[in-house]
Ligand binder design. Sequence first.
Ligand code: SPV
Ligand code: MG
Length: 288
Amino acid sequence: MLSGPGYLRVMGAHDGLTAMLAENAGFEAIWAGGLGISAAARVADAGLLTMTEFLNAAAQMRSACGLPIIADVDGGFGDVNVIRRMVQLYEQAGIDAICIEDKQYPKRNSFRDGHQLEDPGAFAQKIAVAKAAQRGTDFVVVARLESLIAGAGMDDALSRAELYHDAGADAVLIHSRASHADEIREFCDRWQRTGRDVPVLCVPTTYASVTARELGEMGISGVIYANQAIRTSTKAVAEALASIAKHDSSAAIESEMTTLGELFEMIGMNDVLGDEPWQGVPEPAAKH
Ligand code: SPV
Ligand code: MG
């Protein structure tokens, strides 16, 4: 999935409908992101939702769109035994990839403070167990590096990346919250010099002015827009509801809303069976 030429643009979704909207907009993959899924439930992104809640959200996206799905699974929800079961459940649900991050429980969202990195060896073992647990050959395990987020530095990120790759990671995600892409560029340069042909993903939330194409030119294989969908919809809904409350009417925002016809089309209302009279079982086509 991540090993082809060029880079994937991966859109963060939090439910089936946003996954479908991402597919319609032309993205190449879905990020079933913990922040988005948590926010949609109005719960903090702090290791509070259970694995089942994360999995159900990803499975709903699976039903709603045909794109590859990379599921954010925080630190893996537990020890290596939990990791093993988690991989099997995600794979059975048709999820293409999981991304496990090297932070201790309870994790904090990467744009907050107070991070505790996992011991590198213990995390490498989680990756090895995850890879051993998959039943098919195509399932992808992404090891997410939080060294730059936790202030542990670039050397730590690179040595962990090598360790996680040796443990079987199919790809790494280098997370940065710098306001420019210098850290991403440096990581990619140094990673390429190791001679390891392993895809690198990134999340350009704070360095949003850098395009996916520019990140691709630095050596990035997957650009994840992790939270733009939930942030867009939150703002749009809040503004629309405020307008209706203020005017005691929705007339002022009619043109800003999806029409009922468009919504019906999106959710397959036109394919609902049973609205037409029973015609009997169709005759088989005549053979010549
Ligand atoms: C998420 O979308 O939940 C992520 C990415 O983990 S970030 O919020 O950028 O840490
Ligand atoms: Mg997350």
